[in-house]
Ligand binder design. Structure first.
Ligand code: AMP
Length: 223
């Protein structure tokens, strides 16, 4: 592992949609002072700003499909490679297929960098469907919330972190959720083998509470 206390780590957060990657990424970013690079957030920000890239990505996202590699790889690698070599990062939602994993590895190796650990948050399929149906995101700070666990007397619940408006992502609606889980199983699961072969995988159960998952991740990273 690179540095004491986890600073400078280069991590990939891996897991199915709804496993809690976004929540853990926010916690780890703050604790370890890492840049958080979420491919999904990059696309959503582009969509909010109605850029051509955002509008193109939305065609795939709304159907629960992966955005093509020609679009995805450049915007994520631009962010990763814009960091200076002393800065650590958490990649959240990337890589999502074997080609992306290979291109990332090549780009980092060319700059004498590497991934330190791939944190795999594992959650059963039934639990994913339940969670994604209740997931609402803050429009302002992107923090994810579970509407099932929030105060049900509140008519119009707001973000617990910044008070922003909460909304349900188009791709968290039920048909898209089924498709995303299918795509995860078909295209993204093979990436686990890629990292297992390199002895980089840290498997953590995502069925525990947020705090317990977070603690398991930290202890698995030796922090
Ligand atoms: P996420 O917020 O990570 O669940 O991503 C939302 C959607 O953005 C996904 O369902 C895909 O349509 C798209 N997306 C995010 N990351 C990637 C990626 N690495 N490759 C292809 N599509 C992606």
């Amino acid at each position: 592992m690179s540095q004491s206390g986890g600073q400078n780590l280069r991590l990939v957060l891996f897991g199915p949609p709804g496993a809690g990657k976004g929540t853990q990424a926010h916690l780890l970013r703050d604790k370890l002072n890492l840049a958080h690079i979420s491919s999904g957030d990059l696309f959503r920000n582009n969509l909010n700003n109605k850029t051509p890239l955002g509008l193109k990505a939305a065609e795939y996202m709304n159907q629960g499909q992966l955005v093509p590699d020609e679009v995805t790889i450049d915007i994520v690698l631009d962010k990763v490679l814009s960091l200076n070599s002393a800065e650590g990062f958490i990649l959240d939602g990337f890589p999502r297929n074997r080609n992306q994993a290979e291109v990332l590895e090549k780009a980092l190796t060319q700059r004498s960098r590497n991934i330190d650990k791939v944190v795999h948050i594992d959650v059963s399929q039934e639990e994913l469907v339940r969670r994604l149906g209740g997931r609402y995101i803050c429009r302002d700070c992107q923090a994810p919330h579970n509407i099932n666990a929030m105060d049900s007397t509140q008519k119009d619940p707001k973000c617990e972190q910044c008070g922003g408006e909460l909304y349900q992502r188009e791709d968290d609606r039920s048909e898209a959720v089924q498709r995303r889980i299918q795509v995860y199983n078909d295209e993204t699961v093979p990436v686990l083998d890629f990292y297992r072969e390199r002895d980089l995988l840290l498997d953590v159960s995502g069925l525990n509470t947020v705090v317990n998952v977070y603690q398991d991740v930290l202890s698995g990273l030796g922090i």
